[in-house]
Ligand binder design. Structure first.
Ligand SMILES: Nc1nc2c(c(=O)[nH]1)N[C@H]1C(S)=C(S)[C@@H](COP(=O)(O)O)O[C@H]1N2
Ligand SMILES: [Mo]
Length: 215
């Protein structure tokens, strides 16, 4: 079988398309569908927090899960590191209007943790606590996605302290304030309880595509 016979009709036709520039419009198209309303693209990953960046050595790090779950847990670093791992490439949208494309996070899928802790049927919300005292709340449904991670790495390197190491939550489909850095504890609740920013006028859910910034 020869694919490049000079008299092959397909090859001749496609060669003619190349000469004609078939399919070229010369138009400039913004990647608008990748940028939620009111957002602008920035380079890299800006640092944003309350100005307290706790240094948590992995030897002292613990992740706790409590509340409406069948199986509460407390993981130390060794136990966390032994869990299944995955990579997620995510676009990130901060409510202050910057967005950052193609961030590669690595860590333990949150769905794996959900399988282990077995949320009770009445559990519909999760309040997240961090080592800097920060809290944020999310609907349990928002955590139950394949792209939600307990992340320990960014760009294939361990998370720096400023980006929330040793472990941060990553919930790419919500505004980035929901992605708690320096993750410490998850409490499963039947009623929604406002976290730090939510108690100060920010949205209880936080979907960038419908601009759930405030409310
Ligand atoms: N523990 C904690 N997590 C936090 C914050 C914080 O102040 N404390 N800030 C949030 C906000 S508003 C944003 S935009 C992201 C910023 O993450 P980055 O500094 O890694 O870009 O972290 C979120 N998680
Ligand atoms: Mo943010």
């Amino acid at each position: 079988m020869e694919f490049d016979r000079p008299d092959s009709k397909l090859v001749t036709t496609k060669q003619q398309w190349a000469r004609d520039g078939r399919g070229l419009t010369g138009a400039h198209v913004e990647p608008a569908q990748r940028l939620p309303p009111g957002q602008r693209l920035v380079d890299g990953l800006p640092v944003l927090d309350l100005g307290q960046q706790p240094v948590v050595p992995t030897a002292d790090w613990r992740l706790g899960v409590s509340g409406l779950v069948g199986q509460p847990l407390s993981w130390d670093w060794e136990t966390f590191s032994a869990q299944p791992q995955t990579h997620v490439t995510a676009d990130i949208h901060c409510v202050t209007t910057w967005s950052s494309f193609d961030n590669v996070f690595s860590g333990v899928p949150l769905r794996h943790l959900l399988d282990l802790v077995k949320p009770a049927p009445q559990a519909r919300f999760v309040l997240v606590r961090s080592f800097d005292g920060y809290t944020t709340n999310l609907p349990l449904a928002a955590l139950d996605g394949p792209d939600v991670l307990l992340a320990h790495s960014w760009s294939h390197a361990p998370l720096t302290t400023e980006h929330g190491g040793p472990v941060r939550l990553v919930v790419p489909r919500l505004y980035f304030w929901k992605s708690a850095k320096w993750l410490r504890h998850l409490t499963f609740l039947d009623e929604d309880q406002a976290g730090f920013w939510e108690a100060r006028g920010y949205h209880m859910n936080g979907d960038p595509w419908t601009e759930e910034r405030y409310g």
